[in-house]
Design a protein around this ligand. Structure first.
Ligand SMILES: NC(=O)CCC(=O)C(=O)O
Length: 262
């Protein structure tokens, strides 16, 4: 699977400007051989938490979701559309969106772990639905959002559902970049899956973000990594047969003793 990650700086509080930005970027890419495009966390708004009450979108009538669906059809690519702020039944959620290359919305996930260090619990509601794998081109995939990376149990739950490829859209601060690097590799090693991350660079409201988006293989090798400071595009072709090979060579899943710890 050929994946293009847009390590995008985000215009704060301006969904229209961000849609235009992604639209321009898509138009500049040679997407002929690309199967899937990935965007970062909250790519329409950034972390403008006090404004989200007003600018989060109704998911039943969302410009951002329509945009992802149109882009998927136009460029014939699956869109791992990072996450966007949505408002449903009066509550704001940080929702990951996956759209297939026919424009069909195939999976949504509301970030369940809210970040105290960024004051998320004061403005957002945590998702209450367990994570599930979804399938594109016969590949079992999952998505968790940023802070979720610190909770190995949620990613193990995806692995036990057969997840081979995990996406992590993020707005991870540079002050904790060493955690980002170590934990994303650790999740790939312990679950023997590909991990693809898309973290924004740039700053907002006094926080500088870490960039450092990456492709990590099921052995834990970093195939490619984005810069800390700059916007950029990362592309990689993943050979999904490596997942089965690594799981055969180091049979972690066959060696589990869940009776003793679940
Ligand atoms: N956007 C986030 O979830 C940031 C997470 C974070 O700052 C951390 O885990 O550290």
């Amino acid at each position: 699977m050929n994946i293009a990650v847009y390590q995008m700086d985000i215009v704060a509080g301006d969904p229209e400007a961000n849609r235009q930005k992604v639209s321009r970027w898509l138009g500049e890419q040679e997407l002929g051989s690309v199967d899937l495009v990935m965007l970062p966390e909250m790519w329409t708004t950034a972390y403008t938490l006090p404004e989200l009450e007003d600018i989060a979108e109704d998911p039943a009538d969302s410009e951002a979701i329509r945009f992802l669906q149109e882009a998927a059809k136009r460029y014939h690519v699956h869109m791992m559309g990072g996450s966007i702020a949505v408002k449903e039944n009066g509550k704001v959620y940080n929702r990951a969106i996956a759209v297939d290359n026919t424009g069909e919305l195939v999976y949504e996930y509301d970030k369940m772990h809210l970040v105290p260090m960024l004051n998320e619990p004061a403005y957002l509601n945590g998702g209450r639905e367990p994570v599930k794998v979804f399938e594109l081109d016969g590949i079992k995939m999952g998505v968790v959002i940023c802070f979720d990376l610190r909770f190995p149990e949620i990613i193990r739950s995806l692995a036990l559902q057969g997840c081979e490829l995990l996406f992590i859209p993020a707005e991870w601060p540079d002050s904790r970049r060493s955690h980002w690097d170590v934990l994303s590799r650790a999740r790939a090693v312990e679950n023997q899956m590909y991990v693809v991350t898309c973290n924004r660079p740039g700053s907002y409201d006094g926080i500088t973000f870490a960039g450092s988006s990456a492709f990590i293989d099921p052995w834990g090798s970093v195939l490619q990594k984005g810069s800390v400071e700059h916007e950029e595009t990362l592309r990689e072709t993943l050979d999904l047969s490596n997942v089965a090979d690594v799981r055969k060579n180091v049979p972690v899943f066959d060696s589990r003793v869940p009776d003793l710890y679940e």
